[in-house]
Ligand binder design. Structure first.
Ligand code: ADP
Length: 292
């Protein structure tokens, strides 16, 4: 009894106390293959998962603070410079523009963090309705018109007409992110192709560009929060867009694939499950019975 129950239980209790004190690296050493060993293994597994979560939260906070710091420092610096009365109007304008752009970056960043947190932590009810998927893709491109026009991007659309039953609000965010990235990472005058086709088991939407591409190793990380291949921030962004896309597609039970090679462009394909809109309740056309 001492060997099989009392001593293992003592170790397990000591381990549980260590975890309660926040020592999540602690490992309970009960190596038996009975229930006690199983319980110890489960607790060790729980602590390692909690440890990962803690590490993840720390990294998240470090990333958020880092992302906030740069624009805040720019705002502070420019505001200090603007106090100089001898500045020329063009210098004044330049600093004011920098403040405006940094404030805009902060605003996009906080909106994205809040949106991602909403998608991850609250119970998101997916409101579904029937809508035209090809129309929605054209609409997304219209929203981004100034971006692709500024870069003189050629658009090549091959969109089958398709009514889809799903969440138009969530899917719109997916298209805006994928198309936004395709435009952002394209060279001046590059081509962005959008393809919508019905496959036997899914509706596939591909957004393809001829931009800088993504190497194999980075392809595994681009859906992580705050991950950016170019850490020097040469292009605008905060590394949250694709994390949001992935979360939305998980909610919609849809998949995403990326095909790319450095400097050969990138193609993101979203596979939306085929869905059937619920039947409208039939109207009762029979004339009401009239009393005599
Ligand atoms: P960001 O705000 O930086 O665009 P995302 O989460 O949307 O953040 O994308 C993460 C990273 O993945 C980008 O910073 C970029 O390095 C890479 N990436 C995403 N889309 C493309 C693309 N179409 N071409 C090349 N790189 C891309």
């Amino acid at each position: 009894f001492t060997k099989t129950v009392y001593l293992p239980l003592k170790k397990i209790t000591a381990g549980a106390m260590e975890y309660a004190d926040g020592n999540l690296d602690y490992s309970i050493r009960v190596k038996t293959t009975d229930e006690m060993g199983y319980l110890a293994n489960t607790l060790n597994y729980m602590s390692s998962e909690l440890n990962k979560l803690e590490e993840y939260q720390k990294a998240f906070i470090a990333n958020v603070s880092h992302e906030f710091k740069t624009p805040l420092a720019a705002i502070q610096g420019c505001a200090a410079l603007l106090q100089d009365d001898t500045l020329s109007p063009s210098e004044r304008r330049q600093y004011a523009d920098l403040i405006y752009n940094s404030a805009k970056r902060l605003s996009v960043l906080s909106t994205n963090i809040l949106e991602l947190s909403r998608l991850e932590h609250s119970k998101v009810t997916v409101e579904r309705s029937s809508f035209s998927l090809d129309e929605q893709l054209r609409h997304a491109l219209l929203v981004l018109q100034s971006d692709w026009q500024q870069k003189d991007i050629e658009l090549d659309l091959d969109l089958q007409e398709r009514t889809y039953y799903g969440s138009d609000e969530l899917l719109m965010q997916v298209w805006l992110n994928l198309l936004g990235n395709a435009i952002k990472f394209s060279p001046e005058g590059g081509k962005v192709t959008v393809l919508l086709e019905k496959l036997p088991a899914a509706v596939a939407v591909t957004v393809q560009d001829e931009g800088i591409g993504i190497d194999e190793a980075a392809q595994h990380r681009i859906f992580d929060k705050f991950y950016q291949v170019d850490t020097a921030h040469k292009t605008e962004g905060n590394g949250l867009g694709l994390a949001m896309v992935k979360r939305i597609l998980d909610l919609l039970q849809a998949d995403i694939e990326v095909e790319s090679q450095p400097n050969q462009g990138a193609a993101f394909t979203v596979y939306l499950p085929l869905t059937v809109a619920p039947k409208e309740p039939k109207e009762n056309n029979s004339a009401p019975l009239k009393g005599s």
